[in-house]
Design a protein around this ligand. Structure first.
Ligand code: SAH
Ligand code: SF4
Length: 345
């Protein structure tokens, strides 16, 4: 019989489990500290837990991280990690060192069901949601891989899948990652959740009081263009999406990130930029322009550099903070929108 994974359980759930096994809640807190703070992967290593408690626990539970099947280094210093999950499915994550930071881009689903026209992951369709254990496991496994190179400092939910479509696992994983006392202890300001624009999910996330950063994949400033690129715009159009963004609670220094993939002759004109600036008026916003990353069979092209810079210029002139994000790992198929693994190899 397969044992159930301790990774991904909230510290409070570990406390409950300890009680179920006839021990005190304190034993659950020790377990949380071992798994999340000391990165233990072996119950045997938890020497301050009574032997009989460990033995009872081991009958039904274990600590399992997703296997790292492959690590592909890019010329730019980033690394793509391909994880093999317990059911042989694959997802990927990307480690991106930059300026003293190490950012981990995580996956939340195998594939994705939203079918954005420019995204390779979208061509896979949705296979299944990841569990909280598999989401947290990507972070623990990446930190273990880094070893004495350091530790992941920033986490972005921008890998395969739509985080807000896997809501319960996402929120459990975020709680484990941000719990400063018994969890892994990342400050929420170092974590960013990116969404295709699921309005109900944005509202719900706002009510969790997690204080993580919100990134919205906008990609167009008119419904007409956005609908062509992103089927979700038919359920929640720009007006509904921007209303949800305005409701999302921000701390005083926080801003909402807007991702805008630049597609030649589709959404890259000066008029598009002016429309975008108008759409964002009054919103504490930061725009990330992502020059389109190509994939075989894609129907889009990356605009020439001067056109990208002109677009940025219009936004900057309008007072909107805007950066051009040159994706990492383009040479290894790890850049934004290039993640796709055969579901079962
Ligand atoms: N599903 C979520 C999380 C994935 S984030 C979301 O869509 O927000 C991945 C980011 O890369 C999104 O902003 C996505 O729109 C962008 N992207 C997808 N395909 C791309 C491509 N081919 N080139 C550049 N960016 C792309
Ligand atoms: Fe899914 Fe995001 Fe890709 Fe759209 S851009 S298909 S929502 S992963």
């Amino acid at each position: 019989m397969s044992r159930s994974n301790l990774v991904g359980l909230l510290p409070s759930e570990l406390e409950d489990l300890a009680v179920t096994l006839g021990a005190s809640r304190y034993r659950g807190r020790q377990l949380a500290t071992w798994i999340y703070r000391k990165a233990a992967v072996d119950l045997e290593a938890m020497t301050d837990l009574p032997k009989d408690f460990r033995a009872r626990l081991a009958e039904t539970h274990d600590i399992a991280l997703p296997d790292i099947e492959r690590v592909t280094p890019s010329q730019d210093g980033s690394r793509k990690l391909v994880f093999r999950l317990a059911d042989e499915r694959r997802v990927s994550a990307v480690l991106m060192p930059d300026d003293g930071r190490i950012t981990l881009c995580l996956s939340t689903q195998v594939g994705c069901g939203y079918g954005c026209a420019f995204c390779l992951t979208g061509t896979m369709g949705l296979d299944r949601n990841l569990t909280a254990a598999e989401i947290v496991g990507q972070l623990l496994a990446a930190n273990a891989l880094l070893d004495d190179e350091g530790r992941v400092s920033h986490i972005v939910f921008m890998g395969m899948g739509e985080p807000l479509a896997n809501y319960a696992s996402l929120v459990s994983a975020l709680r484990v990652m941000t719990d400063a006392r018994l969890g892994i202890g990342y400050p929420p300001r170092r974590i960013t959740v990116s969404t295709v624009g699921l309005v109900a999910g944005i509202d719900r996330l706002g009510r969790e009081d997690l204080k993580v950063n919100l990134a919205v994949s906008l990609h167009a400033a008119s419904d007409e263009v956005r609908e062509r690129l992103m089927p979700i715009n038919r359920s929640w159009n720009l007006e509904a999406l921007m209303a949800a963004v305005r409701r999302y609670p921000l701390t005083s220094r926080q801003r909402v990130f807007f991702e805008y993939v630049m597609l030649e002759d589709v959404n890259d004109s000066a008029e598009d930029a002016r429309r975008l600036a108008r759409l964002l008026r009054g919103v504490p916003a930061k725009v990330n322009l992502i020059p389109f990353n190509d994939w075989p069979g894609a129907a889009f092209h990356r605009p020439p550099l001067p056109r990208i810079l002109a677009f940025q210029g219009v936004l900057l002139d309008a007072g909107v903070t805007t950066t051009v994000r040159w994706s990492k790992g383009e040479d290894i198929g790890a850049a934004c929108g290039q993640l796709k693994e055969p579901v079962v190899a």
